[in-house]
Design a protein around this ligand. Structure first.
Ligand SMILES: Cc1cc2nc3c(=O)[nH]c(=O)nc-3n(C[C@H](O)[C@H](O)[C@H](O)COP(=O)(O)OP(=O)(O)OC[C@H]3O[C@@H](n4cnc5c(N)ncnc54)[C@H](O)[C@@H]3O)c2cc1C
Length: 332
């Protein structure tokens, strides 16, 4: 944490690490970890990642889902919840955390269609930028919630391109040092569910601040110029979107997904300001990758924060800080 005041580039300079190490390793690593360049990223993030890689047996392991996330990740979780008597409401958004009269606990959730949901304890997992919009007025002056002001999602673009040929690639996630591209993979090779004799690249485009407002076509054009450098014998940007036969790969279709506020931005000097899962509100807890946990802004971090939040709910139940009437319901 003490290294947080320095960006990755500043830290490398201080340690007399040659510039080429920054260019060859840390541009790719910074963009993969937080969608920004090493001159912005807090050194704490890189040290945390390296620490996990070195200390945990499978810390540096990378893996792909074997099919679409909806089927292979989300549906099994829904099945798990439903098999235990739970209910998952789809296409429903929370409009308001409605408070009890004393403003000290949540009484119910109000959804955008007007439905009301009551619970014993409430765990919010909405991203931090949405949570800031949902905060009830009486909470806004509390120090715990005020610290959210400095947490802000970073813009990023995700691109899917289907080609008419198989590109030469490897069965792994690849880290690019391109000024615009970050990690990418040929899903037709890495992911069993998308196996094909024609390539489908999924790419992270970052840093995206200057590009998030541009048209999809502009983004694809500049992406193809970068891909030409990565696949010099297989891609010609000028030919990729033209009609007619070519020895180079052509785009069959593409999809550009813009996320103006994705995971929280960990810039140097902001410190670890992530909130704990326990909040000053007795029956309201937080989870999500932006909350305090030992992994960075990642799926592992999000999952782990959920476990920490569940632990806090259990502790609150044991300490009887969840209302007595509601405890009875839990016990039953
Ligand atoms: C382009 C991109 C690539 C990434 N690649 C990787 C990777 O390779 N590996 C990795 O580990 N991580 C990766 N990440 C990071 C990872 O996606 C996040 O860290 C993780 O999804 C965070 O999970 P979360 O549950 O905290 O938040 P989210 O996944 O953002 O989930 C928040 C949920 O809240 C819902 N929501 C929003 N508003 C409301 C509302 N009003 N009411 C109810 N629900 C609401 C949203 O619909 C969403 O489902 C990537 C992120 C991006 C953007």
């Amino acid at each position: 944490e003490e290294q947080d005041s320095l960006s990755v580039t500043e830290w490398m300079k201080k340690q007399n690490v040659p510039d080429r190490v920054n260019d060859e390793v840390f541009i790719a690593m910074s963009k993969a970890l937080n969608f920004c360049d090493p001159d912005e990223l807090s050194m704490t993030v890189v040290l945390t990642a390296l620490n996990r890689f070195l200390q945990e047996r499978h810390g540096s392991k990378m893996a792909f889902l074997d099919g679409p996330p909806n089927e292979r990740l989300c549906q099994p979780m829904v099945d798990y919840v439903e098999a235990r008597g739970g209910q998952v409401l789809m296409n429903q958004r929370i409009k308001e955390f409605s408070l009890a009269e004393d403003n000290k606990s949540v009484q119910k959730l109000v959804l955008t269609d007007g439905t009301e949901v009551e619970g014993d304890a409430y765990i919010s997992t909405v991203p931090v930028d949405i949570l800031k919009l949902l905060l009830p007025d009486p909470w806004k002056g509390m120090q715990y919630f005020q610290s959210f002001d400095s947490l802000e999602g970073i813009p990023v673009i995700n691109i899917h391109i289907w080609f008419d040929k198989k590109l030469s690639t490897v069965d792994h996630l690849l880290f690019s040092r391109s000024p615009l591209l970050s990690v990418y993979a040929d899903m037709s090779t890495t992911c069993k569910g998308y196996a094909d004799d024609k390539s489908m690249l999924e790419l992270v485009f970052a840093p995206a601040k200057e590009w998030i407002g541009r048209s999809d076509q502009d983004i694809i054009d500049v992406t193809m110029e970068e891909l030409e450098k990565l696949f010099p014998d297989e891609i010609r940007a000028a030919e990729a979107q033209q009609e007619g036969p070519s020895k180079y790969a052509k785009i069959k279709k593409y999809h550009v997904v813009k996320t103006p506020r994705s995971v929280y931005k960990a810039v140097a000097g902001t410190g670890d300001i992530r909130p704990t899962q326990k909040t000053p509100i007795d029956n309201f807890f937080l989870a999500g990758c932006f909350t305090k946990q030992k992994y960075l802004a990642s799926m592992e971090g999000a999952l782990f924060s959920g476990k920490l939040a569940a632990e806090q709910v259990t502790l609150a139940h044991q300490r009887k800080t969840i209302a007595a009437k509601e405890r009875e319901i839990i016990n039953n």
